[in-house]
Design a protein. Structure first.
Length: 94
């Protein structure tokens, strides 16, 4: 074979090998990504899911803090009412 024919054969083998062997990160389970583009799409998808979850967590924290503040206010008013009742009881027992 001539050098030109060998060169074409090598290029054909490289293309064939590259198409049949997808590039995946080391340690990735077989069949997870078909190619680099799938991996990027998958990473973007997971990143967006994480961002949404972080937003939900922040909203939940805000809601929880609002509830806590409401209970603190209620406790304060009950303590005040309790003290007033104790004072009235002392006065009535005199």
């Amino acid at each position: 074979m001539s050098d030109d024919a060998n060169s074409k054969k090598r290029k054909l083998e490289e293309v064939t090998n590259n198409d049949s062997e997808p590039k995946t990160p080391p340690g990735t389970p077989p069949g997870t990504f078909k190619n680099d583009e799938d991996e990027l799409v998958s990473k973007a998808h997971y990143d967006s899911l994480i961002a949404v979850q972080e937003e939900v967590i922040q909203k939940m924290k805000k809601d929880i803090n609002t509830i806590i503040e409401g209970y603190k206010s209620k406790i304060t008013s009950l303590k005040k009412e309790n003290q007033e009742l104790k004072d009235k009881l002392k006065q009535s027992s005199k």
